[in-house]
Design a protein around this ligand. Structure first.
Ligand code: GLY
Length: 377
């Protein structure tokens, strides 16, 4: 099978690598038997619909299903209608009912833009005044969703869906804040690990993700792609923080390398609306550490040559996924984005995988490089 992967980050490098074990990965959509769409932006814009209309077999939801990630208000409506556990919330287009709702919450407060805001749409604050002024600012550009903050460890559960069935992959946990100790601004993710001990993926898929897929189906949406549930494991059980309509980044970099089979055939079954294969995964754990450019997640410095990449890749059990790099004609690899490399390692336990990942990280450098030292700790 020939497979094309749309997108160019670390997640897509991991997809190409794992798909390439059993299939031919091609650069042209036209030459592919299966197109796998990586990022959310083209999904929300309807690329999967366009490709399907042109006769392509596509893994990724159409714009109707991708709205789950494109509109937080609509996602909450789907969840509430289906009785799926999530935080108490309200959607507002004007200030005074929003402030009234904030007054009814104990705090901390979560304020989200309904519209996509390039990862900068979520504010979590203990201050009522800060929440009010944040609502005011966000309302200048569109609706806001206000939520009661939940507490507990977070979990990413990615399920592959064929329109009617949601099949869970092993859970992962990512680390979203920029700095060690969970400090600093929110990012796309600074590292991840899988498996996560003590998690019953089948049970969570059954109680949360399958009912979401059923709710989409009842709305006439034939969802074929990844439903990625961002969950909070609260004392009242798992609750949905958000849904994404694609593989997580960097979760894909720790889940997909553990896939023990023909990923292309598996995703093609989902794209055909006929998932039959039960996926299997190696027992080894996987840890990824994101190496970022100076300034990330803000405007960042790029263009620096990366030292030590080949040495890192020679380490036992290590794969380095390229998230934001360019290559000079002479082979020099340079930084070209905020998240630059995902240094990923296997090991018999999360602790061993972590140790190997950080040993490899220690061999890589460029001016201004930064990373968290507590991934998977
Ligand atoms: N790791 C978070 C995300 O993919 O959105």
């Amino acid at each position: 099978m020939r497979v094309n992967v749309v997108g160019s980050g670390g997640r897509e490098h991991a997809l190409r690598q794992v798909l390439g074990r059993t299939a031919e990965v091609v650069d042209e959509v036209g030459a592919a038997d299966l197109v796998v769409i990586g990022p959310e932006v083209p999904l929300v814009a309807g690329l999967a619909d366009d490709l399907r209309a042109a006769g392509k077999r596509v893994f990724g939801p159409g714009a109707d299903g991708a709205r789950l990630e494109g509109s937080k208000a609509w996602m909450k409506e789907v969840l509430s209608d289906a009785g799926i556990p999530t935080a108490r919330h309200g959607t507002f287009t004007s200030l005074s009912p929003a402030v009234e709702f904030l007054r009814s919450l104990p705090g901390p407060f979560v304020v989200k833009t309904d519209y996509p805001a390039a990862g900068k749409g979520v504010t979590v604050t203990p201050s009522f005044d800060t929440a009010c002024s944040d609502v005011w600012e966000k309302l200048q550009h569109g609706a806001v969703v206000i939520e009661e903050a939940m507490s507990g460890p977070e979990l990413s559960l990615l399920c592959v869906c064929d329109g009617s069935r949601a099949v869970p992959l092993p859970a992962a946990r990512d680390h979203k804040r920029a700095r060690t100790g969970d400090f600093g601004p929110m990012t796309g993710g600074m590292g991840a690990f899988s498996p996560v001990p003590g998690v019953d993926e089948e049970a969570i898929a059954k109680s949360i993700v399958q009912p979401t897929l059923d709710a989409l189906r009842e709305r006439g949406i034939d969802y074929r792609g990844v439903l990625y549930a961002g969950l909070m494991l609260t004392s009242d059980g798992p609750k949905v923080v958000e849904y994404n309509v694609r593989f997580g980044d960097p979760e894909a970099q720790v889940v997909l390398p553990r896939f023990a089979g023909d990923l292309a055939a598996f995703l093609a079954e989902a794209a055909d609306g006929d998932l039959r294969t039960e996926p299997t995964f190696v027992d080894d754990a996987c840890v990824t550490v994101v190496l970022a450019s100076e300034g990330y997640p803000g405007p960042c410095r790029t263009g620096d040559p990366i030292e030590g990449l080949a040495d890192a890749e020679r380490q036992e059990g290590v794969i380095v996924f390229r998230a934001g790099v360019t290559e000079d004609p002479d082979g020099t690899t340079r930084t070209a984005g905020g998240r630059v490399l995902d240094v990923t390692a296997f090991g018999p336990t999360v602790a061993v995988a972590r140790e190997r990942a950080y040993e490899a990280v220690g061999l890589i450098s460029w001016p201004g490089m930064h990373y968290r030292t507590d991934i998977a700790q």
